[in-house]
Design a binder for this molecule. Structure first.
Ligand SMILES: [Fe+2]
Length: 396
């Protein structure tokens, strides 16, 4: 199958073409024939938050997302509010409880603001579920149709790490703004877009269980292993993590999986697991084609990024390794943007501080130039920056 046939509906809506996606997120050709669980791409990232009404404003005003759909008491949903926002091909659904007995409130009490569902667009929900079940996955919702005047969506869901799920969505017969039950809703003209696509979502899993979850994605979803960073590759004197990356056939969906490694002090993964109350999604990498402007705009709007020491940019070994990038290194240094290079090219990246009240979920901005990696060369600097933050929070 050619990858031309594999744009998600959201990507078409965002007028992203395959060349842009290749550049933005490292999309590759692959043979879907033998894929037991074909995935077209990301459908939505569904959050449970303490105040969806305000969070929707935040993602509009700060992250430049556009409000496109809504469900809540006015539309007959008395349980919770759900605001659907998009930026390019990225779709966030922010849910917040209205009814004190809502499961959204329970989820929020247990985990704080976090990701409940990493929904994926698939061409054949039933085929995926049949395969997942045969491989021992927990099917949370059986395949079923939901319809309204805009058509029919076929949905099902499987469980992944912690209380996170993957809803599988076939929206090939649907033209509505999100799902049946939602109405189109706008909050004025679309803000200027800061990011265009979702690159990867990282999961933090329990100590000693990373390989189990890698196996889950291999077996249940037919994902392949991309890169491997293990043990001392990502360690300071005090804390360490192990990380492996699985990806869908076309690399549209990439899931790095982290587990804490035994070390002298508590690692950032341990801190996450404690405050999230178990495994969950740790960070979302948002792909941009202009990370400099993105960082300038976000910082002006109050977003705080992890700081990078000046020594990072003056290190001759790093300078030699990264070679020429599209802007003078001073432009990166003044913003704290990190650089990494591999045999395919380079990438620019930066990480925010946690987005909610708990030291859990955060964002990465990533601008790829050929590199299909995840910034392994920066993990050391990143780790040290996170440890400084952990120490300030008294969790180190
Ligand atoms: Fe990342």
């Amino acid at each position: 199958m050619s990858i031309d046939a594999t744009l998600t509906s959201q990507e078409r809506l965002a007028e992203l073409d395959l060349d842009q996606l290749r550049r933005l997120v490292g999309l590759v050709e692959y043979d879907a024939e033998g894929d037991p669980f074909p995935v077209t791409g990301w459908d939505a990232v569904v959050w449970a938050v303490g105040n969806a009404t305000q969070a929707a404003q935040f993602y509009r005003a700060v992250y430049g997302m556009e409000l496109v759909a809504y469900s809540g008491p006015e539309t007959g949903n008395r349980d919770h509010h759900a605001y659907v926002l998009r930026s390019g091909a990225v779709r966030f659904v922010l849910t917040g409880a209205v009814d004190p007995a809502s499961p959204v409130a329970d989820h929020h009490r247990r985990h704080g603001d976090g990701i409940v569902d990493i929904a994926l667009e698939v061409p054949d929900v039933d085929r995926c579920i049949a395969h997942a079940r045969a491989e021992g996955a927990t099917v949370l919702t059986e395949p079923h149709d939901v319809s309204d005047e805009h058509g029919t969506v076929r949905l099902a869901a499987i469980a992944t790490y912690g209380e996170t799920r993957h809803t599988l969505v076939d929206r090939s017969r649907y033209t509505g703004p999100y799902l049946p039950g939602f109405v189109a809703r706008s909050a004025g003209p679309a803000p200027k877009r800061i990011f265009q696509a979702l690159d990867h979502v990282v999961g933090n899993v329990e100590l000693g269980r990373m390989d189990e979850w890698v196996g889950f994605y291999n077996r249940v979803m037919g994902f392949t292993n991309m890169a491997e960073f293990v043990g001392e590759d990502i360690a300071t004197e005090y804390s360490a993590l192990m990380s492996k990356v699985v990806a869908s056939g076309n690399h549209r969906v990439k899931f790095p999986l982290n587990e804490p490694a035994v070390a002298k002090k508590r690692s950032q993964i341990d801190e996450y697991l404690e405050f999230y109350g178990g495994p969950g999604a740790q960070h979302l990498a948002l792909a941009t084609n202009d990370i400099l402007t993105a960082v300038d705009v976000l910082r002006e709007r109050g977003v705080e990024f992890l700081s990078t020491p000046a020594s990072y940019y003056s290190d001759p070994a790093l300078r030699a390794r990264i070679g020429e990038v599209r802007v003078p290194i001073e432009e990166l240094a003044s913003r704290g943007i990190l650089v990494d290079r591999d045999e395919d090219g380079y990438l620019l990246q930066i990480f925010t501080k946690p987005v909610g009240d708990r030291p859990t979920v955060f964002f990465e901005l990533i601008e790829r130039h050929g590199s299909l990696g995840f910034g392994a060369g920066n993990f050391q600097a990143l780790f040290e920056a996170i440890e400084r933050e952990q120490a300030r929070r008294g969790n180190f």
